[in-house]
Design a protein around this ligand. Structure first.
Ligand code: PHE
Ligand code: NA
Length: 502
């Protein structure tokens, strides 16, 4: 095909889209607890080191690849070298898996925005907890196709909206959604955080959060947690930022954009930490019957602790609606970016229009998601896929990409020069050292530690057969499929060797 590559209309639209991808559920429910569990205020030091030594350098790395080679992840890697193409496909397949489960969390949030109005989940922590698992999710284990009707319907809507935005295109769909959602999210979330500071017990919560435990700085586990949070939170190393930067016009300041995206994401994270802990301080001091040991990050925070809080606080229903809308705004822009990784690679490989690509791959993804997630075993499936996709998938593919690009293909200097030729903030030897030495060592250490612990102890005690399919089986399938896909012919893209001329 001779299709012209789509583009964002300007650099600020790209920056908004990239912030939209980065700011997601990880900021709101993951960061506060990773920080709390790993030294509170003292965690900010390893976190800042991880941001500067790995997060922002990896953002630059992804931007340089997508912008120089002007393709989806597989096309960009193919243009580097014929044998590097599977690296891009692994990224696509990891994104595929994440998209399968990410959407259902949005569906839950939409249901809970609605439930906020009458607070049907009860008043105490115990009640909201059993409401979530039993009444709402009807959670069970094993294999099964017993659908929960409400969640199924809402998940279908989430997919229709996501695919509709993607059909609208890079600028009109992805760009405009981010331009509208991100400012709205900032305003609503800021209101929520400010409100939380005036709750009774807020100060206790903030003390609990920030009280530094300096002893943790000598614990390698804390440093790994900081790097893990940064990788997940910035969505770096697995295709999203490569895809988005391939839609950026030729002359565009890449590194300044990266700095804006990196620091905005972290600012949002710290803001969320403050809001979440001020709120939890109120919850623990209220009549909800929750202690600091009960509350944790992840779905439990948003769908158990927060509902209990909404039932206790003055004006609860309004703040409940605002909170769940924030989750939807933050999550939908991330969801869009994950699915776009897959759509864009299919378009490049097969040479079809955007609409055809969205229908040909987006609809099957939606079907798989709807078969696996709004069922009574959905929570179990989600938990396993999330664990393996993050601990092994994202970490592993970032490591592979760095080794292939920096060592096998020795493209570090090329990418550095590319960044410097368009950007005002220049990168030099420190960037190369971060990408070739520091980050690979941290990733390898984290990856092998995770694999060892997942082998020695079945994750969360789940059934071996279920872990075999949705965990290990999924990882194996990704590796095999990535090679098969790389052997298929390219029909959508020309100039397969080296960066395209214009
Ligand atoms: N970066 C997002 C967040 O912080 C999470 C995310 C993960 C987004 C994977 C896209 C892909 O929530
Ligand atoms: Na994030």
């Amino acid at each position: 095909g001779t299709r012209k590559r789509e583009a964002f209309s300007g650099r600020s639209v790209f920056v908004f889209a990239a912030i939209g991808s980065a700011v997601g559920l990880g900021n709101i429910w993951r960061f506060p607890f990773v920080a709390y569990d790993n030294g509170g205020g003292a965690f900010l030091i390893p976190y800042l080191v991880a941001l500067l030594s790995a997060g922002i350098p990896l953002l630059f790395f992804d931007y340089a690849i997508g912008h120089r080679f002007r393709g989806s992840a597989p096309l960009s890697f193919r243009r580097m070298n014929r044998f590097a193409e599977p690296v891009g496909w692994i990224q696509v397949l990891v994104a595929f898996v994440i998209a399968i489960y990410y959407g259902v969390i949005l569906a839950w949030a939409a249901c809970y925005a609605w439930f906020s109005v009458d607070m049907r989940w009860g008043e105490t922590y115990e009640e909201t907890s059993s409401f979530f698992a039993e009444e709402f999710l009807q959670a069970g284990s094993g294999f099964g196709l017993d659908f929960v009707p409400l969640i199924t319907i809402v998940l279908v809507v989430v997919w229709v909206v996501t695919l509709g935005i993607l059909i609208a295109g890079v600028q009109k769909g992805i760009g405009r959604t981010a331009l509208f959602f991100i400012p709205l999210l900032v305003v609503l979330f800021a209101a929520l955080v400010i409100r939380s500071l005036f709750l009774e017990g807020a100060l206790d919560g903030l003390n609990t959060f920030f009280t530094p435990n300096w002893g943790v700085l000598s614990d390698p586990g804390v440093w790994i947690a900081a790097y893990g949070q940064i990788f997940f939170s910035l969505s770096v190393g697995f295709g999203i930022m490569i895809t988005y930067s391939s839609y950026v016009k030729r002359k565009s300041n890449l590194t300044s954009s990266g700095l804006v995206v990196g620091f905005s994401n972290s600012a949002f994270e710290v803001l969320a930490g403050i809001g979440v802990f001020a709120t939890l301080g109120f919850l623990v001091s209220s009549a909800a019957g929750a202690g600091w040991d009960d509350v944790s990050g992840g779905p439990g925070l948003a769908f158990i602790a927060f509902p209990a809080l909404v039932s206790q606080m003055p004006g609860g229903p309004i703040w409940g609606v605002v909170f769940f809308i924030c989750l939807i705004l933050a999550g939908l822009t991330s969801m869009i970016s994950i699915v776009e990784v897959v759509i864009s690679s299919f378009q490049d490989k097969v040479g079809v229009s955007r609409t055809t690509a969205v229908l040909a791959v987006g609809v099957p993804m939606a079907v798989i998601s709807v078969l696996l997630m709004p069922t009574e075993t959905g929570l179990q499936n989600l938990d396993i896929m999330d664990k393996f996709a993050n601990s092994i998938g994202i970490v592993g593919i970032a490591l592979i990409a760095l080794i292939v690009v920096m060592f096998a293909l020795r493209l570090g200097p090329t990418l550095r020069d590319h960044l410097n030729s368009v950007s005002s903030f220049k990168v030099g030897p420190i960037w190369i050292i971060c990408m070739a030495v520091v980050t690979p060592i941290v990733l390898a250490y984290a990856l092998f530690g995770e694999i060892r612990s997942l082998i020695s102890e079945p994750y969360e005690g789940y059934d071996a057969a279920v872990l075999g399919v949705w965990g290990w089986g999924m990882i194996a399938a990704i590796l095999v499929l990535s090679v098969i896909l790389s052997l298929l012919p390219w029909r959508g893209a020309r100039h397969l060797d080296g960066p395209p001329a214009t």
